[in-house]
Each structure stands twice: as structure tokens, then as C-alpha cells.
Design a binder for this molecule. Sequence first.
Ligand SMILES: CC(C)=CCC/C(C)=C/CC/C(C)=C/CC/C(C)=C/CC/C(C)=C/CC/C(C)=C/CC/C(C)=C/COP(=O)(O)OP(=O)(O)O
Ligand code: 1GP
Ligand code: MG
Length: 229
Amino acid sequence: MYDVKKWRHAFKLDPNKEISSEALEKICESGTDAIIVGGSDGVTLDNVLDLMARVRRYTVPCALEVSNIESITPGFDLYFIPSVLNSRDVRWMSGLHHEAVKEYGILIDWDEIIVEGYCILNGDCKAAKLTDANTDLTENDVIAYAMMAERMFRMPVFYLEYSGTYGDPEIVRSVKEELKETTLFYGGGISTADQAAEMGGLADVVIVGNAVYENLGEALKTVRAVKNR
Ligand SMILES: CC(C)=CCC/C(C)=C/CC/C(C)=C/CC/C(C)=C/CC/C(C)=C/CC/C(C)=C/CC/C(C)=C/COP(=O)(O)OP(=O)(O)O
Ligand SMILES: O=P(O)(O)OC[C@@H](O)CO
Ligand SMILES: [Mg+2]
């Protein structure tokens, strides 16, 4: 199922972190809609290839969320391309993308590409620091980014990124109310089934990352909590 409009839940696995074969089997067989391979630091071609090959033993769709040009490889079902709308540095919104398309544009199968308009809201997370994101935003600021993603740039995905911390459900609710076409991804700090159910009731797709490495048993419960709603 490669239509993100039908997704409700995904696990994000970091190629720069260790995961046992037993844990990986449970994650891939959990009933989640997809595995997203991605992280903001230490992502290399070697660790991406290794994780892709291991996930490929299972039937679950597997997407690469591109964080640098060097680690892009064929073999994924989909490629998510983040564009950080609240970055103060144009490289993270369109600069690196321009370089990549200039160099590899001819090789790109555009049907496999899904652009994500990111709005990073946890100023302490690695992605915020890397991209110099302005996280000092009001609810109206965030809604404006969502409107830009959908109506100016026609991005298929708007990603509310609270990586490492649980977000504000009221902001997620307001953003969801604003979006008509664009799919709303929520990620950040989900470590229990209750949190997954809450954000799953507001966003279209819930992404669970760090909990996989911190408490796998609880992380696995997030799938049912979101999909049984
Ligand atoms: C041959 C072949 C297969 C060709 C395919 C062609 C293809 C896919 C081409 C892509 C072209 C293209 C436009 C590429 C874009 C290049 C690029 C480098 C864009 C920049 C992406 C970007 C803005 C990265 C910034 C960081 C970011 C937002 C990462 C997303 C992941 C994220 C937020 C992770 C969370 O952080 P984490 O690491 O988990 O943090 P903790 O460790 O603290 O948990
Ligand atoms: O790691 P967590 O905090 O679950 O966040 C998931 C994802 O949104 C990170 O890009
Ligand atoms: Mg992480």
C-alpha cells in the first residue's frame, strides 16, 4: 500500500541506531502501514543499505526519508523528501534539493517521490538545530505554514515534527482542520498507546520513532491504538 492517504501509522527506524533481528521482526510484522528509514545524523549509504536489506525480508512497505544526498540508494518503495518550511536557511527548504535534482534529476522516478513540508516545533531536537529552524511559533504561524504547504506549494504531506517530545494536541487539531488535500503526518514523543490514540485521532498518520529503541513493547501497542480507532 504505497498510497500515504490510506496510511494511519508508520515506524521510523534510524539507520544510525542498532536494532536486533528479533525487534525488527516484531516491528515489521506489527501491522504498521510502513517503515520509514531516516534520521538526522550519522546516516550513511552503508547503514541505509544494511537496514533496507533487513527490512526487505518482510512485506511491509519501506520508504527512505532522505536526509543527505550521499545515502540515497535504489530499492525503496518510496522516497520522502523533507523541505523544512520554518528553517532560516534556504538550503534546507530548497537548496540541497536543487543540487540533488541538478545532479540526479535524470535518474529520478518522480512517481516514487513524496515531498514533505516539515514544520519542526521542538527547538531542542537534532533536526531543528541542524536546519536552524525557527521554532518560536504561534498556532497561527503553524497554520500559515500548513496553508503554504497545501495551497502554495501543493505538497502531498505536511509533517508536524516534535521529534523527541510530545506535541500540543490543540495545534495538531487546528492544522488538521485547515488541510483539505495534504496528508498530515504527526511525529514526536509518542511512547504509549494512549498518546498514539490521541494523536491518531487528530492527524492522518502517526509516526513512532525513538520509542522503538526505548520501550519496544509499548511502541508496538501504538499500532493497534491508532489503527483500531
Ligand atoms: C538512484 C535513485 C534511487 C535515485 C533516487 C533519486 C532521489 C530520491 C532523489 C532525491 C532528490 C532530492 C530532491 C533530494 C533531497 C536532498 C536533501 C539532502 C534534502 C534535504 C532534506 C532535509 C531537509 C534534511 C534535514 C533533516 C531532516 C528534516 C531530517 C528528517 C528526519 C528527521 C527529522 C529525523 C528525526 O531526527 P532523529 O535523527 O530521529 O533525532 P534523534 O536522534 O534525536 O531521535
Ligand atoms: O522519535 P520520535 O520522537 O517518536 O519522533 C518520530 C519522528 O517524527 C522523528 O522524525
Ligand atoms: Mg530519532
